[in-house]
Design a protein around this ligand. Sequence first.
Ligand code: C5P
Length: 407
Amino acid sequence: MSEVRLDGVRVLLGVGGGIAAYKSADLVRRLRDAGAEVRVVMTQNATRFVGALTFQALSGNPVRTSLWDESAEAAMGHIELARWADQILIAPASADLLAQLAQGRAEDLLGTLVLATAAPVSVAPAMNQQMWAHPATQGNLEILRQRGVLVLGPGSGSQACGEVGEGRMLEPVELVGQLVAGHRPQVLAGLRVLVSAGPTFEDIDPVRFIGNRSSGRMGFAIAAAARDAGATVQLVAGPVGLATPAGVERIDVRSARQMRDAVIQRAAANDIFIAAAAVGDYRPEACAPHKLKKSGKPLALELIQNPDILAEVSALPDRPFLIGFAAETEDLERHARDKLQRKGLDLIAANQVGESQGFESSENALLLLWADGREQLAQADKATLARRLVEHIALRLQARAKAQSAP
Ligand code: C5P
């Protein structure tokens, strides 16, 4: 499985006026190291922070800073430049620049290029945390998101202004990683993928619940990987505090029964269902209307079994391609194969849980099992593992299509 880079991708880097512009010099180097061809356009304010010569030397191409540069227009006019780009990345994107882009103003070269291009546009915001949190900035971002602009970051931490909070530009290595992700082979192009993720909470009374230690990170990583592979993704998420991957439709649920309803409603309209959620097997028979009081005696809770969402989807007449997970503490392959058959799955991803692996760790390893095969995916971070799983699902779908078309 190939690691995709940015070979031959023509990146137009727009540098806005902010102190993070100094990081964009390193960004140019890293983009080129990943194989991209880079041309830089700076706003007038950006030139106050870093000299155009720096970007010219690093990109190996002339830098444009004005719409009114006659010699530059003679070499490559602004419309040609807009057409030249396979990708526009604006880093740093200041609060003012985001406002300009949201309004579609074409008063300078960068604003004009963004209007004149058909290429995807990504922005890496960088600003003081108060400016970031301001409703005006958030409103502008929402407009840009709805227009299909990908918002990368920002990160949080200490800021050049001495404050701490959200608004730091993502590091160049992360920005390149995100651009690379957008250029992965579209192995699930045109397919609709439904993912369940996270734990479920089963309420005991208004303030207590039975839950589990699932972080939701695997399911969220799968949703992002399926999106990067070209799929349209719906993510049914139990209670987790994770950011929604850009471009993914998220449906928040709390209990197993809510998750069941959300999944069953959508299952038949999807081509693939990946059940990565750790669904609670049992729930209290009823949720007490008021907070339970201590009585000095043992408290018995009657638990009843929750619906098995995956098994229900499997029984649908128009069922999608089904991938389940099996978290086991012992005898991994035997239990997982049994689950594959019992739930009527196309593929199962089994992982050993306990000790340092599984639910709460950032790394994992998966054993993939299907009716007549197996493949071990080596230990890796969840994003890498999710990518490999998605690539494998595409292979299994291809194999199925071939088998179905065979005479
Ligand atoms: O039976 P077990 O819980 O081990 O099965 C795990 C797989 O089944 C996971 O893919 C999980 O998302 C799914 N599951 C489900 N509904 C349940 C229990 C598990 O969809 N009630």
